[in-house]
Design a protein around this ligand. Sequence first.
Ligand SMILES: [Zn+2]
Length: 244
Amino acid sequence: MPKLSFAGPTTGNVFLDAMPSAAFAALRPSLERVHLERGHQVYAAGAIIDTVFFPIDSIISVVADMSDGKTAEIGLVGREGMSGYAIVLDQARSVHRCTVQVPDSAESIPIDNFRSALESVPELAAYCLRYTQATIVTIAQSAGCNSLHTIDQRCARWLLMAHDRVAEDLVLLTQDLLSQMLGVRRAGVTLAASALQESGFISYTRGQIVVLDRKGLESASCECYEAAERAWKTIMGYSISKTK
Ligand SMILES: [Zn+2]
């Protein structure tokens, strides 16, 4: 479990809860709890970032859309992080589409409030830059993973990452969505999910994946899950991994 340095009331978003108290104090008055619906487009590709979201048990996918209609997920944002990190790098727009994949609650803040806190509280700016570095490292790991590891391994890794970000062992996800997320044909995902189910690691019924054997799922994943988690702990000082 993550060790939280912030001693005040917790929001449930670990990125907020672990940030320096001066940084959280600057954001807190403007935070508003919202519910994110499945499929809600948080940002279109190229759109102005008008709100920053800090998911609680929801998951936002950062997706690259190709000109032929194919898609690939390039990042996940859950209770470890925030949406719209481009703003930390002084960019007003989201290059990629961001969509809610797993519905649940999130804290939110209007972009003007976030930006003024970023400009006036050095601890917040430094913390957000570390988050940006952790995100870049994770994306780089995924790039290597996508070119070197099998669909089965990537499927297991993705499920571990999703499992870390939801409250229960249930991940609400269709195979269509999973295939879009992994950027592979649905048939490949069906085979991978079937293999994981036959091993007793997950159960899968229409749109619902239940993680039954976390250790088994970890054994089916490549090294990339653990490598990204290690980097995250080093850079941010916390981890949301459910690995014991
Ligand atoms: Zn991998």
